[in-house]
Design a protein around this ligand. Structure first.
Ligand code: NAD
Ligand code: COI
Length: 331
């Protein structure tokens, strides 16, 4: 058996090579994004390991069938970019890695909340743009322990985020479309999504992107938020109307934002060897604002995550080819 991994970053290579050596299985890798055009590179391989936020389309799954490739093991959590019907129609079995390190993403959301609450962006802007190095009233921050944090989505990542924010002394409230029955008194759910939006000083998103929540954070939602509120999105870009977010920040409807995931992420975003200049006008606008922290979909990116993403994805491919039971089937 032999496998090929697409969209491989340099930091994944040692883990891929080690897995191949440990299992005596050939694993090729490429920095290329998996598309109907690039799948030709996988000819002759038994399975593909993938990681990307651009779409896995119907045309791609037709190409899988034509090449006789039956297995796609994602190295990531999110499955919003897959045409699952087309995968099933073309006999492609898919796995993901649902829990490679939920704490990595939760810690990043807290990092963003701390950065924004303590106005670090304003300090950086004053020094970098004006070469001034002194106090300013703009730098006065707020303690997390004096804020109400609203967590949307109380799954693996959301629950870690709740623990971390509670550890810093925050009052935590939550909303989930499918709430947990027993929260063991750790946090309480608001009666509605709108209640969470109105009451929170910090809102942090931890739900998947679904057709139902496309642009759920739009002009109306930002208007409901406190003018002093901070908004953090490490979930998926499609949940937020980016133009409305920019308006909310510019008009003072909200006080700041941490944006790790943004609409229409390009294939280039995941190319660790890219030297291209950013051209997305929204990314450029957001990057100029002192009350915004914008990062290239990096909340996941820790050593623990990368090791688990590679190892679990490759284990899934091996088990599928061997016809053994696999836990993380996506259907
Ligand atoms: P999970 O499945 O464990 O939890 C998701 C929770 O969201 C569940 O409790 C579910 O009931 C809830 N939910 C579903 N639809 C909802 C809606 N419309 N409104 C409110 N709640 C809803 O998933 P997870 O492991 O916690 O991951 C959550 C998301 O985080 C992933 O789907 C992915 O999009 C994103 N993610 C981002 C990164 C990153 O690097 N930025 C990394 C991993 C995952
Ligand atoms: C995920 O695991 O779903 C992520 O968002 C990480 C990313 C590298 C695709």
């Amino acid at each position: 058996m032999k496998f090929i991994a697409y969209n491989v970053r340099d930091d994944e290579i040692p883990f891929i090579e080690k897995w191949g050596k440990d299992h005596q299985i050939e694993v090729a890798y490429t920095t290329t994004t998996l598309t109907p055009e690039t799948i030709e590179e996988a000819k002759g391989y038994d399975g593909i390991s993938g990681l990307q936020t651009i779409a896995y389309t119907k045309e791609l799954f037709i190409a899988f069938r034509k090449l006789g490739i039956k297995y796609l093991a994602l190295r990531n959590v999110g499955v919003d970019n897959l045409d699952l019907q087309a995968a099933a129609d073309n006999g492609v079995k898919i796995t993901n890695v649902p829990a490679y390190s939920p704490e990595s993403i939760a810690e990043f959301a807290v990092t963003m909340a701390l950065f924004l609450s303590r106005k670090v962006g304003y300090m950086q802007q004053q020094l970098r743009q004006k070469q001034e190095f002194h106090f300013s009233p703009d730098f006065m921050g707020r303690l997390i322990s004096e804020q109400t944090v609203g967590i949307v989505g109380t799954g693996r990542i959301g629950q870690h985020a709740i623990r971390l924010f509670k550890g810093l002394g925050a009052k935590v409230i939550a909303y989930d479309k499918y709430p947990i029955k027993d929260t063991h008194g750790e946090f309480h759910y608001t009666t509605s999504f709108q209640d969470l939006v109105r009451q929170s000083d910090i809102i942090s998103l931890h739900m998947p992107a679904t057709p139902d929540n496309y642009h759920e954070f739009n002009h109306e939602t930002f208007e409901l938020m406190k003018n002093t509120a901070l908004f953090i999105n490490t979930a998926r870009g499609s949940i937020v109307d980016t133009a409305d977010l920019i308006f909310a920040l510019q008009s003072g409807e909200i006080a700041g934002a941490g944006i790790d995931t943004i609409e229409n992420e390009s294939a280039d975003l995941q190319d660790s060897r890219s030297t291209k200049q950013v051209t997305d006008a929204d990314v450029i606008k957001l990057s100029m604002m002192p009350n915004v922290l914008i990062t290239p979909h990096s909340a996941f990116h820790t050593t623990r995550s990368v090791m688990n993403m590679v190892n679990i994805s490759m284990d899934h491919l091996k088990a599928m080819v061997e016809g053994k039971p696999v836990s993380d089937i996506v259907d």
